[in-house]
Design a protein around this ligand. Sequence first.
Ligand code: 13P
Length: 243
Amino acid sequence: MRYLIANWKMNLPPEGMEGWMSAVAREDPRDVTLVFAPPFPFLRDAFSQRRSVSLAAQNCNDHASGAYTGEVAPSMLRYCGAEYVILGHSERRNIYGEDDALIAKKLSIAIETGLKPILCIGENLSVRDEGRVATFLEEQIKATAVPELERAPEIVIAYEPVWAIGTGRNASGAMVAETMVDIRRALSTHWPFHASRAPILYGGSVTPDNVDDLVANGTIDGFLVGGASLDSAKFLAIHRGMR
Ligand code: 13P
């Protein structure tokens, strides 16, 4: 299965959510699962307006309930219509200090609650420049090898190199293809249950202009799109580029 995921982060587009959703609803998703991750307060409205898209939350707390002011429990996200949850995004890791141990706890509770995790992994520029990408990604995968994984029917990996996020500098299709091999190898060591079936997406400055190069060698199972997903025309152009 291939995926195209719109991660709006903490943004709303000029066309508004209704405009965006009605444009996306006119598209035939074909063999691509379209997933929409709006900010938390928009999930409920998105759920009632959705047609061909599934919904994702952008984060969840690692507890089922309790005195955690400002946080949102996985069950509450399900109540709002979320089917997926993005975990381990580099903005959560780098701005909010989420480490692998916390992400592993979130992964466990998300699976227990019936949310399908979209786990983000990715290296920063110094790791790439030093030629340590494979070992770095393997560490991230190993650190999140929780026992609940064996009970997760569906889990999505998003490879998002930190240096490519929001920078306009995307990884080339050839570079991503090479890294996919490293990720599959690490999955077969640490997540054997999901090694051959987990879809691996790419994220980082994906636009309608670079989608052709990214899909050319056929190893990418889809995209996690930030900035370009805020414009329905660009988001749909990326979808058409996945033909
Ligand atoms: P951009 O597409 O804006 O680079 O963001 C990628 C991303 O972080 C998606 O989760």
